[in-house]
Design a protein around this ligand. Structure first.
Ligand code: DAK
Length: 258
């Protein structure tokens, strides 16, 4: 598949998706989100793809939704198109892990896209923000909800109300990103993490992702109970036997996804 707004390469079980609208600092428009949806659909049915990495350029992961595309739309047009909902749902419901590798600006919809991924690895130059207030609007892809869960009410409220950006060090301190790496190592580090995931049992990977997501959706007691039941169910898979046998035999496991 070839795309107008994305550069997509797959190797070693990992699909690397580069947002590619340099003229607009990778601002998210309808075309880019439709293409991202196609990548997710293809990755869903391709067993060889075990993990995705989404990245942008060194200057910008994505500077938000495309303001020029949106500015003249009417309420009727936004509502009828259910603007951005289809692609957002695809990412929210995508079962394989997705890593955001963020360098430069991740603003508005760009910050929200990064937060929809399973974890964020940031370069030292990363800047996160929800500056929609400066445009007379507000986040629309989950920013008020996810940012608040990740960094807490005080920081999320300040960022949403003032548009203040958070740098990489603050984002790491606040729990928004898993770690910060040198800018020139960002893609290598993200791909190394993705390849590590791609080498694990794909079934155990899906269950781990589902359970960590469940922590955001349910009570502690219910979440722990679901975890225990799914843990028991892993013993129905050959991969559990292989993983534990490989440990005992001091060799590398060969997971088959069965
Ligand atoms: N949209 C369109 N074009 C953008 C853009 C954006 N978000 N951000 C940057 N660009 C374009 C600039 O217009 C400029 O284009 P030319 O003038 O060269 O044609 C080019 O990218 C380079 O940008 P700058 O010249 O501004 O570059 P600087 O280094 O000086 O500044 C900056 C970088 C990131 C600080 C600045 O570009 C900036 O403030 N950008 C806007 C950031 C922003 O406000 N982001 C939030 C956008 S609103 C929805 C869900 C979600 C959303 C909407 C709907 N639904 C579910 C309905 C999300 C909304 C948003 O994200």
């Amino acid at each position: 598949m070839s795309f107008k707004t994305l550069i997509v390469e797959t190797s070693d079980g990992v699909t690397l998706v580069r947002l590619n609208r340099p003229e607009a600092l990778n601002a998210l428009n309808s075309e880019l989100l439709a293409e991202l949806g196609q990548v997710l659909d293809a990755a869903t049915i391709d067993a060889a793809v075990r993990c995705l990495v989404i990245t942008g350029s060194e200057k910008a992961f994505a500077a938000g939704a495309d303001i020029k595309e949106m500015s003249d739309k009417s309420y009727a047009e936004m509502f009828a198109a259910d603007y951005f909902t289809a692609a957002a749902r695809k990412l929210e419901q995508f079962r394989k892990p997705v890593i955001a590798a963020v360098s430069g600006f991740a603003l508005g919809g760009g910050c929200e896209l990064a937060m929809m991924c399973d974890f964020i690895i940031a370069s030292e130059t990363a800047k996160f923000g929800q500056p929609e207030i400066n445009l007379g609007v507000m986040p629309g892809l989950g920013g008020t909800q996810r940012l608040t869960r990740f960094v807490g009410k005080s920081k999320a409220m300040e960022m949403a109300l003032t548009g203040r950006m958070m740098d990489a060090a603050e984002a790491e301190r606040s729990g928004l990103v898993s770690r910060v790496v040198p800018t020139d190592k960002l893609i290598d580090e993200a791909l190394a993490a993705a390849r590590k995931i791609a080498g694990q049992s794909p079934l155990a990977v899906l269950m781990n992702k589902e359970l960590v997501q469940t922590a955001y959706e349910t009570t502690l007691t219910a979440g722990v109970a679901i975890e225990r039941r799914l843990f028991h169910s892993l013993f129905a898979f050959e991969d559990q036997k292989e993983g534990m046998a490989a440990f005992v035999e001091k060799r590398k496991p060969d997971f088959k996804g069965r």
